[in-house]
Design a protein around this ligand. Structure first.
Ligand SMILES: Cc1cc2nc3c(=O)[nH]c(=O)nc-3n(C[C@H](O)[C@H](O)[C@H](O)COP(=O)(O)O)c2cc1C
Length: 175
């Protein structure tokens, strides 16, 4: 699949097949795509925790509250992205330029991960709604949890949706 087609057909999955868990080999391939992502000063300020089976159920439960992310109960695997410290040069750059490069770095790594997953026939949903304290206890870390990727195989009835996006006119100013 070419990249244009990938950007047109990747979509957030909220209908996972609960009994089809991605195996370690395929999850390793998607993690390898994240590993190759660019980051400010090559700092790579992230760590990925992979949860399947019992831990996946615990992670899924931690993403559900106030009616949000009910579908996550069916997802057989999750990748939890925890923020790590900058390296020295990224820390200096972020301070001097008053920028949060780590948010950008994590976004880029997650983007590479979800597109590689899509290429491999997996489906994903990036989750920003979760109980961070519960997850930190589960992972035994004090690191900030920034994103979770629900990952698995979509159910057969999960149809391709039309993308709702702002127009290029709204999004772009040509200078
Ligand atoms: C940072 C971030 C957080 C998100 N959090 C959630 C979430 O908690 N639950 C959810 O169902 N979707 C979540 N999404 C998915 C978005 O709703 C989705 O990407 C957007 O509506 C566009 O739809 P598409 O991914 O199907 O193209 C999140 C996406 C991003 C990038």
């Amino acid at each position: 699949m070419d990249y244009k087609k990938m950007t047109e057909t990747r979509q957030s999955c909220r209908a996972f097949d609960p009994v089809r868990t991605p195996d370690r080999a395929v999850l390793t391939q998607v993690l390898e795509a994240a590993r190759l992502a660019p980051s400010a000063c090559n700092s790579q300020p992230y760590h990925f925790y992979v949860a399947v089976d019992g831990t996946a159920r615990a992670v899924g439960a931690a993403t559900q509250s106030l009616g949000m992310n009910k579908f996550a109960g069916d997802c057989p695997a999750f990748i939890v992205v925890a923020e790590q410290p900058y390296n020295r040069s990224a820390a200096v750059g972020a301070k001097l330029k008053d920028q949060d490069y780590r948010a950008a770095d994590i976004g880029l790594a997650v983007s590479q991960l979800v597109y590689r997953a899509h290429e491999l026939g997996l489906s994903t949903c990036i989750l920003g709604w979760f109980d961070e304290k519960t997850l930190q206890a589960l992972l035994n870390t004090n690191a900030r949890v920034r994103l979770i990727i629900a990952i698995g195989y979509a159910r057969a009835d999960d149809a391709l949706r039309t993308k709702k996006r702002k127009s290029l006119e709204e999004l772009v100013t040509w200078l």
